[in-house]
Design a protein around this ligand. Structure first.
Ligand code: ADP
Ligand code: MG
Length: 483
């Protein structure tokens, strides 16, 4: 590669002309047809070694070298698909090998039969396709119709994120830029970005909304570098009103992509255009992200989506059931099924949704009612995978904190009610939330007998019915432990 990418490929259109000129000069040495064929022979040999027989036979053998002209090697592939495939997967490699075995070339181009390429027809991969009207179509990911604010169920864990998303979608004075969502997987970041996109388009049909993943951003950037088309790249990304980039943790550690991302981002924010980003961690916690980017990201609003709690899980299930019922109108859902699922399946909404889909698909196919038994049968693997992994130590610790006791009190022989009651509750929760046996639980509570544990479990069961305060404490602790 000649020089640093940024120095020579920065957004100056005359670079393209320069590149062509250079290509032309390099091309002089390649006009000799014989030499080209010889080079191709060597390149093929190298490819055979590198790719292995299968890929080589599938993709390389069918290629025909047409000519090498003006620094561009033209190949013919049997189909358009093959041409695109080879371009994407092996283009760069072939270009590099050509340089190793013959002389430097500027580009390799794969056409297919009838469209045998002449230089004038060689097009760069489209960053943005021109429509008839001349209006540039954005290479955005399509917004999924069902991912709207209406279908987003709001609860405590995501209410801030939802409010911020709505605020940004409203437009007007931009109050936080960028808006940055972060959370573990399946908690609604992508959903909210789609929702913002829909809302902005509904309110301002002419707004230019560009939504893509950080990986796509990188791919486009690399393509632009490779095809010396940085100018269009920059122009495109700076021309949008709303840029949304999903999963930006992907570009951590990818230095030149980060650099370009940083500039794009600054240019937009400086022009008062809204940027919305998502990642799996808070900006400051993403390893391999440049400090200046981190601090720039922190200038906006970073909101996290917490794991869905029981109420939100139930709410989401209820809203998704309505959709399922529309698809399977004859399905019969028994009472308690949704509660059971909300109780037992993890806080990742995607998993929850998947579980519901499986139930309805199965019930729909075999014409069964959805009962608790059926749920346990069909989702056995999922339920096992989601089994809570609460430890007895954790239970003792949480209960001690709740009642303002020390861990040692919980394990001690003291029988005063202020200590004995919490200890019994902790035993009860240990039985409920872990798979440990009664003797094992007894041992962990300062070497008590299993009959003590049985007694505690019975006692707390009774108290839950008669003493409102205890029922509430137990419920609260259980939720905390399960969260
Ligand atoms: P993330 O991007 O955080 O990994 P997604 O936005 O892809 O998560 O969400 C995963 C799935 O869960 C999607 O199908 C989405 O529609 C659904 N989902 C997540 N949160 C909610 C919610 N609060 N209400 C309704 N559906 C939700
Ligand atoms: Mg996502």
């Amino acid at each position: 590669m000649a020089g640093k990418p940024r120095g020579c490929l920065g957004g100056n259109p005359s670079n393209q002309a320069a590149a062509h000129l250079l290509g032309g000069l390099v091309g002089q040495c390649e006009t000799d047809e014989f030499m080209s064929v010889e080079t191709w022979g060597k390149v093929r040999e190298a490819l055979q070694d590198q790719l292995g027989p299968q890929a080589f036979n599938n993709w390389i053998v069918p290629l025909n070298l047409e000519r090498v002209e003006s620094g561009i090697a033209h190949f013919n592939a049997p189909t358009r698909f093959a041409a695109n495939w080879v371009q994407r997967h092996y283009g760069e490699r072939i270009q590099g090998l050509w340089g190793d075995h013959g002389s430097l070339i500027d580009r390799v181009v794969f056409g297919h039969d009838s469209t045998s390429l002449r230089p004038a027809q060689i097009t760069k991969p489209a960053l943005a396709t021109e429509t008839v009207s001349g209006e540039r179509e954005l290479p955005s990911l399509p917004l999924q119709a069902n991912l709207t604010f209406d279908s987003f169920v709001v609860g405590k864990p995501n209410e801030l994120a939802n409010a911020a998303a709505r605020r940004v979608a409203e437009g007007g004075e931009v109050s936080f830029n960028p808006l940055f969502f972060y959370s573990g997987v399946g908690l609604g970041k992508t959903h909210l970005m789609h929702a913002i996109g829909h809302e902005v388009k509904a309110k301002r049909p002419n707004a230019r909304v560009l939504f893509l993943t950080a990986e796509q951003f990188m791919n486009r950037f690399v393509q632009a570098l490779r095809f010396k088309d940085m100018h269009s790249f920059k122009e495109l990304f700076r021309s949008v009103d709303l840029l949304m980039v999903d999963d930006v943790q992907f570009i951590a550690g990818k230095d030149s992509t980060q650099e370009e991302f940083f500039h794009t981002f600054n240019a937009l924010v400086e022009n008062g255009k809204q940027v919305v980003l998502s990642a799996d961690k808070a900006p400051g916690d993403i390893d391999g992200l440049e400090e200046r980017i981190k601090s720039r990201l922190q200038c906006g609003l970073a909101v996290d989506l917490h794991p869905a709690d029981y109420e939100l899980r139930l709410g989401i299930l209820q809203s998704k059931v309505d959709l399922q019922m529309a698809r399977y109108p004859n399905a019969i859902l028994h009472n308690g099924v949704l509660e059971f699922l909300a109780q037992r399946i993890s806080s990742n909404v995607r998993v929850l949704e998947g579980a519901l889909n499986r139930l309805f698909a199965d019930a729909g196919l075999v014409g069964r009612e959805i009962t608790l038994d059926m749920v346990q049968e069909i989702l056995a693997d999922l339920l096992r995978a989601n089994e809570r992994k609460v430890t007895i130590e954790e239970i003792i610790r949480k209960v001690a904190v709740h009642y303002n006791l020390r861990m040692t009190d919980m394990l001690s022989a003291r029988r005063a009610r202020a200590v004995a009651r919490p200890r019994q509750i902790a035993m009860y929760l240990s039985k409920l939330l872990t798979t440990k046996s009664l003797p094992e639980i007894g041992r962990r509570f300062g070497g008590r007998d299993h009959t003590t544990v049985i007694h505690a479990v019975k006692k707390v069961d009774e108290l839950k019915r008669s003493d409102f305060q205890i029922a509430e404490d137990v419920e609260l602790l259980r939720r905390m432990l399960e969260a």
